[in-house]
Design a protein around this ligand. Structure first.
Ligand code: NAD
Length: 435
């Protein structure tokens, strides 16, 4: 206990006592991975505390006039974790489970992700605790515009730049751009993941899925796997999950099962992904898809496969189910899908986990190109964006994999080590602790 300063919340975990079983929340999980890597780097304690402490946290009320005339008051957050390498960057999530701890964890992961893929941003995240599936388009638009008004003072193209995440999409990004621009003048660079017509970049919509695909291609080559004979299971069938399934199918991978929040679908001979995407589009869910057996999300994770791609929510791979997972590669399309207990057990069993901050960094990477294109007013083509993305994903993958092999650690630990070194270096160079 430091008597000068009673704050101990972000103090480094005691050396030698890092306990994955003691991790209870999403933010503790993100910080557990930080602590393991920071201690291997022998990062000084004061720098550990500084890098773990979120830079700024904003919680706002979002009162919305609903279609029936009543006012519903939602809670929203924007949490900016670290700005040492540039303006903060991170998605905006609309989901009933959004809370401060989750947003804080996702903001921290963005700091490490942007550093690892080496784009000049820090990390942030935002979210509104709401159920957009029970809201009309008009209600979602009003909620978005009011939220942006409330956080207007902390966002901006050189301050903090939101992007899509769970249940947010290019249309919502267009409303964000419009709400901000009405006050500050035309500012497309305030948000990424926009439709192309209002400053979006071709290729952004499926960039996260593309990045996951590129990482899997490199991992499979390292393990000597021929993708054309591999099987895969994908949890989550939204932006990330459905695009990864589609791109892996293009490599000849047999997609055994996919799922959404309601249920999973399984076909041992392989699913026709484009048909499943069309079914989901028409029916709003995968349940009832005719060419497959219905399974639960729990059963889906137990299926034997070569590649497992969690692409939905956090902590789905945990101590309860990690012993049943039978796969060679886990590519974390989702953020924070594996708890520290499960991570250690799976690494011990020889499963190659491509960690979230590497596997799903394609989204923020192409968001960076979109931001550059907005700031410079000079358009990129989809080919340029995807070529640059592939190059950067490959570089990040091999830097991580080589570091992991050299240090004898998991890819996750190696990825955190690289990212922490970069953020710590920027922090020291900028100067810290003096006015
Ligand atoms: P999305 O809203 O497009 O899709 C989410 C999918 O997850 C939907 O199919 C939904 O039905 C499913 N889902 C929700 N709850 C579930 C549950 N309990 N079990 C199984 N499936 C469930 O969101 P997205 O943009 O595809 O994001 C998915 C994940 O990828 C999130 O963890 C997100 O943080 C991460 N991610 C997204 C991006 C991006 O660019 N969109 C970038 C990096 C990481």
């Amino acid at each position: 206990m430091n008597e000068r300063n009673p704050t101990t919340e972000y103090a480094p975990a005691q050396k030698g006592k890092l306990d994955p079983h003691a991790v209870a929340t999403a933010f503790e999980s993100a910080n557990y991975y930080f602590d393991v890597a920071a201690q291997r780097l022998e990062l000084p304690d004061d720098m550990q505390t500084l890098l773990k402490t979120p830079f700024r946290e904003v919680r706002v009320e979002v009162p919305v006039r609903m279609d029936d005339g009543t006012i519903e008051t939602f809670l929203g957050w924007r949490i900016q974790h670290n700005q040492a390498r540039g303006p903060t960057k991170g998605g905006l999530r609309y989901h009933p489970g959004v809370n401060a701890d989750e947003v804080r964890a996702l903001a921290a992961l963005m700091t490490w992700k942007t550093a690892l893929i080496d784009v000049p941003f820090g990390g942030a995240k935002g979210g509104i605790a709401c159920n957009p599936k029970l809201m009309s388009r008009g209600e979602i638009e009003r909620m978005t515009r009011i939220f942006i008004e409330q956080i207007d003072c902390v966002i901006g193209p050189y301050e903090d730049i939101p992007a899509p995440d769970v249940n947010t999409n290019p249309q919502i990004m267009a409303w964000i751009m419009d709400a901000y621009s009405r006050k500050h003048g035309h500012t497309p660079g305030v948000v990424t993941g926009k439709p192309i017509e209002v400053g979006g970049i071709p290729g952004r919509e499926f960039a996260t899925g593309r990045g996951v695909e590129y990482a899997i291609v490199e991992a499979a080559a390292e393990l000597g796997l021929d993708l054309a004979t591999c099987t895969a299971v994908v949890q989550g069938f939204g932006n990330v999950g459905s695009s990864v399934a589609r791109f892996l199918r293009d490599h000849g991978v047999t997609i055994l099962a996919v799922s959404d929040s309601v249920s999973g679908i399984f076909n041992p001979d392989g699913l026709v992904i484009n048909r499943a995407i069309q079914y989901k589009r028409e029916h709003g869910q995968l349940k009832g898809y005719p060419h497959a057996e219905e399974i639960t999300n729990e059963q889906l994770l137990d299926l034997e496969c070569d590649i497992l791609v969690p692409s939905a929510l956090a902590s789905v791979i945990n101590r309860h189910n990690c012993g049943k997972i039978k796969t060679k590669i886990i590519a974390e399309g989702a953020n924070n899908p594996t708890t520290p207990e499960a991570d250690g057990a799976l690494y011990g069993n020889g499963v190659l986990i491509i960690p979230d901050i590497l596997a799903n960094s394609g989204g923020v990477c192409v968001s960076y190109f979109e931001w550059v294109h907005n700031i410079q007013r000079f358009a990129w083509t989809e080919t340029q964006a995807l070529q640059e993305l592939e190059k950067r994903m490959k570089e990040a993958y091999h830097a991580t994999s080589q570091r992991a092999q050299r240090e004898g650690v998991s890819q996750r630990e190696a990825a955190f080590m690289i990212a922490i070194e970069r953020v710590a270096a920027a922090t020291n160079l900028r100067g810290v602790g003096d006015p």
